[in-house]
Design a protein around this ligand. Sequence first.
Ligand code: 1SD
Ligand code: ZN
Length: 258
Amino acid sequence: RGEDFGYDGVIGPTHWGERYRECAGKHQSPININVLRVKQVSLPDIAFVGFDDSIDGVHVSNNGHTVLIEVENEPHPRVRGGPLEGDYVFSQMHFHWGDNDTFGSEDKINHRSFPMELHMVFFKEEYNNVKEAVLHPDGLTVLAFFYELDRHQHPAYDDITSALLNVTEPHTTVVMNNPFSFLNILPYDLRRYFTYRGSLTTPPCSEVVIWLDFEQPIRLAHDQIEVFRELKSAHGKITHNFRPIQPIGDRVVFYNID
Ligand code: 1SD
Ligand code: ZN
């Protein structure tokens, strides 16, 4: 299998560049966002199309690296506006987390880590699918959301965590019991975000991603995050699946406020 990578030892992030050339590139993700160095901008509004729909038959799977949430039926939710030219169509969402609540996010803000991060992956419509889109520098956009601890459970996450209990084994899938709405699992403020050009954070690390990192975190209870840490890969529990930060190089991070 050419697709074997992990987060520790000889298949860990420091070795990805040996098998996947692009992982050693100069515009990689994740990065640390230094808020004192961002360029403040006022971009057009983002349209979150279909984000408040109730979607039936959503698939939750364990792909051995993370939890994947996929939508079967068309039309898929989409985004346009902000820094994006054209429409981007939803492909899948997934999560990155750490061994405990003090780290686990991929990007950092002023060197602060968050316990978990959500990635919603979209491909540019004109490229038709992710496979074609990754051949173009503007092929993908990933909406990234940080998690922060809350003393209370987040009810919209109960459907996800109950599905997770049934996909602890790698390469297993379940269909969600209840209709799923994107907006329900997101933070309230979607207007303030950081945006920069970067890469996939997993091999092959293609430098094709317009990243949007939303400033307001999603609040989740410790117990709810713990359920993610129960998932298994071929090598045991997926205790962490975040890539360490990469050099920012000559890139500028923009900060959108309206
Ligand atoms: O890690 C994901 C990977 O699983 C895949 O979804 C890829 C897009 O095809 O994106 C990366 S990431 O950069 O969104 N972490
Ligand atoms: Zn990701």
